[in-house]
Design a protein around this ligand. Sequence first.
Ligand code: ACO
Length: 427
Amino acid sequence: MPDTLTITDNRTGTTIDIPIENGAIRATAFEELRAPDTEHGLMLYDPAFMNTASCKSRITFIDGDRGILLYRGYPIEQLAEHSTYLETAYLLVHGELPTASQAEEWNREITHHTLIHENVKQFIDGFHHDAHPMGILVSTVGALSTFYPDATQIYDEAQRRISIYRLIAKMPTLAAFAYRHSLGLPYNYPDNDLSFPGNFLSMLFKMVELKYEPAPEIEHALDVLFILHADHEQNCSTNAMRSVGSSHPDPYTATAAAVAALYGPLHGGANEAVVRMIGRIGSIDRVPEFIEGVKAGKERLMGFGHRVYKNYDPRAKVIKQMADQVLGVTGTSAELDIARELEKIALEDEYFVSRKLYPNVDFYSGFIYRALGIPVDMFPVLFAIPRVSGWLSQWEESLLDKEQKIARPRQVYLGSARRDYVPLGSR
Ligand code: ACO
């Protein structure tokens, strides 16, 4: 059987054979099908990219029906158990796990780029005391581009490398400074003796002690959360990174666009929305009433459902187990009990079962962050810190992909036909 698709345009009787490659056909093949008196060939209409591949990628694989997530072929569960975030970031960027010497160099480079220019502190100071830290992060990441003008040389591999080091290294610093600003506390400089997550905890929480020593369970939990959030193929923010990157700005500017996309409650803001939702529910006995409201279309069950996963999100499984471990150290939470009850009821309810709505990565992550003492406003920021390694891997892959061009979708125009301007007095 030939790997082709045969299409007949019944308007004209034209038949074309389109090759099927890797389970996909090229949308441009349809341009040939053109009815008389039409201004363009046949287009594919796909709002929200429901069934359109925007790129070929070798980074992350998801099988949403079976609940499988692989980074460069490695199952997320194995990475969560055995790897570290920094090693996983190397894997995403380079395509292979590092050797011992590669890991040493990578860790050294990232560690040596954690400081930010002193001027950055000044413009963080300029934000209102209750500024959302995600708003601060969008602005400060974008502003980094002004400190590194050479980063515009995106086809210079050395420039790309150093931008990657800087962005992965400086995200926790910017995030922690945004947090400390919101509390009116002095900024803590990075402590390069600590691990990547340990240093972040130190920049967040160190007070007057000479050396901050993170609890090993908490440090580990944060590292695992970072691994789980590092990439997720062509999601909304990654698409923003690739799309903005396609006009060839420096990576700091493209990353600011990705952070902005992540900010929304349907994406990285979802774990914040979950915790707020649980707060509104208030107690276990009100869970059934809340579920009825969701089914009646009053609101969504945040942290449930996913465009791609039609099964339990594999990241949510790891996080659920970890929530139990972390809360074992920090003390139990009434909120987590409400969440567990919500999950139990939803997983048995026909509304959720028939729509294949399962917990996603955001359903439990917020409770771990809460247990670590991190305020809800910071949740999407904690997502952005590791996701930058995925964004950068995808950005670089896109830049080096000879088939990519500036991203520019078509539209189906439904507006007015040509008409003449009517002066104000005659309308
Ligand atoms: N609660 C209640 N109903 C839902 C939910 C939900 N969380 N999610 C989807 N549905 C329903 C829809 O109402 C729709 O029902 P209908 O067919 O009767 O109209 C059906 O399920 C399909 O939903 P869509 O909106 O078409 O699904 P889509 O793929 O566009 O949306 C999304 C995916 C945005 C994640 C959605 O499930 C949602 O809003 N979830 C809550 C927010 C959330 O948790 N976001 C985090 C996603 S993971 C991440 O970004 C890291």
